[in-house]
Structures are given as C-alpha cells and as structure tokens.
Design a protein around this ligand. Structure first.
Ligand SMILES: NC(=O)C1=CN([C@@H]2O[C@H](COP(=O)(O)OP(=O)(O)OC[C@H]3O[C@@H](n4cnc5c(N)ncnc54)[C@H](O)[C@@H]3O)[C@@H](O)[C@H]2O)C=CC1
Ligand SMILES: O=C(O)C(=O)Cc1ccc(O)cc1
Length: 302
C-alpha cells in the first residue's frame, strides 16, 4: 500500500520551516502540521503568527506520531536537532531536511538516527531574510526541490516525500548528494561568496565612503548587497559543510578571473568581448528555456 503523510513535524521555524508550515496549512487541508524550534522566542512568534496546528516546546514531543519530520535548522545544527527528536520518533517515520548542502548533512543525520529512514532534500528556494515572520506559503511554487535518497531508500517513502513537495508547488529532481553539492557550489554557494566578498571589499575601500556605497548602489551592486545580507550563521555552516566542492569551484573561478584580469591589463578587447558575448548567450538561453526565476522580485517583496 502506498505511504500516506497525514502528520508532519517541522523542526526549526525560521524562513524555510515557517514557509513549509504555511504551505501545508494552505495546500494540504488533510495534513496536520506540528512545529518546534529550540528558541523560546521563535516558538512564541510562531504561536502568535498561527503557523502550525500545534507548537511543541519539546522536540521529542513535537515528532510523536509524525509520518514525516523535516529538519529546517542551519546545516551545522542538523545532527543535534535529530538527536533531540530521536526518543519521540515513530519507527517508520521519514526523516528529511532542507539543508543547502547534502553529503555532510546526510551522513550526520544517518549517524544520529541509525535506526531510522533518512531522505535528505533541498528546496532551491529562499530569500536573504530569516526568521518565522519572513516565510510565505508560496515560496516553493515553481521552484526545484532536489531529493538525494540513498541508493537503497524504499521507493514508496521517496515517492511520499516527493509527492509532499510537489503538493507545495515544487518541481522535483533526484540526484546523488555529491553531485548536488558540486552543482550548488557553482550555482548558489560561490555566488554568495562573491557577494560577501564584493560588499566587504567596497566598504573597505577608503576612497569609497559608506554614503557613496549607498548612494550609487542602484545598479548591479544593489543585487550583491541583497545576497550579502543573507544569514551569517546559515552561510558559515554551508561553507564549512561544502568545503571541498566550494574550494574546487573557487579554484576554477580564480583561474577565470585571472584570465579576465590579464585581458584587461593587456588591452585585449577581443578576449573580453568574446567572454561577455558567451555569458550573455547563457543568460538568454536560460530565459528561452523558461528556467529564469519565476518570481524575480521575491527578495524585495518579502
Ligand atoms: N535561507 C534560504 O534562502 C534557504 C535556506 N535553506 C536551508 O534551510 C535551513 C534553515 O534556513 P533558514 O530557514 O533560512 O534559517 P532561519 O535562521 O530563518 O531559521 C532557522 C531556525 O532553526 C532554529 N534552530 C537552530 N538550531 C536548532 C535546533 N537544534 N533545534 C531546533 N531549532 C533550531 C533557529 O532558532 C531558527 O529559528 C538551513 O539548513 C539552510 O541551509 C534552504 C533553502 C533556502
Ligand atoms: O536569496 C537568494 O537569492 C537565494 O539564493 C536563496 C537561497 C539560499 C540558499 C539556498 O540553499 C537556496 C536558495
């Protein structure tokens, strides 16, 4: 018989956890959602916002009876969150997460819960904001959710988890955790590192006063400041967890940056123009395939 998910517990009620809770309430009227957060202040805020059917103070109590438990805490906190839930878990519960890196998180969760089924996942959707008030029910609509099951994960459980994310509006891709980490190092982690770098560099340049940074930040720099406002704890953990893939990607990036630096120094306009023509074609092909951001202004609206 196909697995059904009637009760879900979300552990960690920040941007992503609160968005899951809101989306379940909005999209899955037959599913009961319970929430827990280690912070008493966040639990109080979640209660005031009416995010879940129930908010539990104790993690083991929160997961009692849950068919699906989703850990939505920073990557470096996943294992301790799982251990705190362990005494209350149903033997056949599916344990999943939303962490931005997958190999290390999967290994940590399986080590923390050796007798339970762990199916890691990553909704590739978010904003630079954090906390329970920042979430919204439509966050996952039209966005990818990458699921990284172990090769021997039961098919009915994988289908139940992917069906859950599809019900929240997500598109599903299944891949190996190591491949996920390499892809996301390029498409998400490196861009965040570049944004953190460029905003820090600009503020440290003595001739550019802080007021000038603000005054002239209407262009591309403004987009970098949005990304560089992302949660420091979350991103510290992502870079520590996805160290190898980020360092490999950064090596390639530095080599390419040196090529462009050399072209500028040598006055090699052909090289620069050819490079920029190629990158423009990449952007245009992404748009032609309908792969561009379905909500381009989402970061500013919420
Ligand atoms: N922010 C984003 O755009 C995205 C984030 N992610 C991933 O989602 C996860 C959560 O990120 P956000 O929701 O943005 O963070 P957030 O900072 O908004 O929320 C995290 C929450 O986890 C709670 N928490 C920390 N340790 C805990 C523990 N041991 N037990 C219970 N609660 C605990 C915190 O009190 C906080 O309320 C991270 O793993 C991140 O990598 C995934 C996709 C997008
Ligand atoms: O705000 C942005 O531009 C993002 O890139 C959001 C984001 C952050 C982390 C993820 O793992 C997935 C999406």
């Amino acid at each position: 018989m196909a697995r059904t998910i009637g009760t879900v517990t979300v552990v960690g009620l920040g941007l992503i956890g609160s968005s899951i809770a809101r989306a379940v309430v909005a999209q899955l009227p037959d599913v009961t959602v319970t929430g827990h957060d280690a912070s008493a202040g966040v639990r109080a805020e979640a209660r005031a916002l009416g995010l879940c059917h129930r908010i539990a103070d104790d993690p083991a109590d929160a997961v009692a009876g849950a068919d699906l438990v989703i850990l939505a805490v920073p990557v470096g906190r996943m294992a301790e969150a799982a251990r705190a839930c362990a005494p209350g878990l149903k033997p056949d519960a599916i344990i999943s997460d939303v962490g931005s890196s997958k190999s290390g998180v999967g290994a940590a969760l399986r080590a923390a819960l050796p007798d339970h089924l762990v199916i890691p996942a990553h909704p590739v959707a978010g904003t630079e904001n954090s906390g329970p008030a920042a979430g919204f029910a439509t966050l996952f609509e039209g966005r990818w959710c990458i699921v990284t099951p172990a090769a021997d994960a039961p098919a009915d459980a994988v289908a139940a988890l992917t069906g859950f994310w599809q019900a929240l509006g997500a598109r599903i891709e299944t891949m190996d955790a190591a491949h996920h980490d390499l892809v996301l190092a390029v498409t998400s982690h490196l861009p965040h590192l570049i944004a953190y770098t460029i905003v820090g560099t600009a503020s440290e340049l003595e001739e550019v006063t802080e007021s000038e940074v603000i005054k002239y930040s209407a262009g591309g720099f403004r987009d970098f400041t949005r990304i560089a406002a992302s949660d420091p704890v979350m991103w510290r953990d992502v870079f520590l967890a996805n160290r190898d893939a980020v360092l490999a990607t950064l090596q390639r990036f530095n080599e390419d940056l040196t090529v462009l630096q050399q072209a500028i120094r040598r006055g090699d306009g052909d090289k620069l123009e050819a490079w920029f023509t190629r990158t423009r074609a990449i952007r245009r092909s992404i748009i032609a395939e309908g792969q561009d951001d379905p909500a381009p202004d989402f970061g500013r609206k919420h």
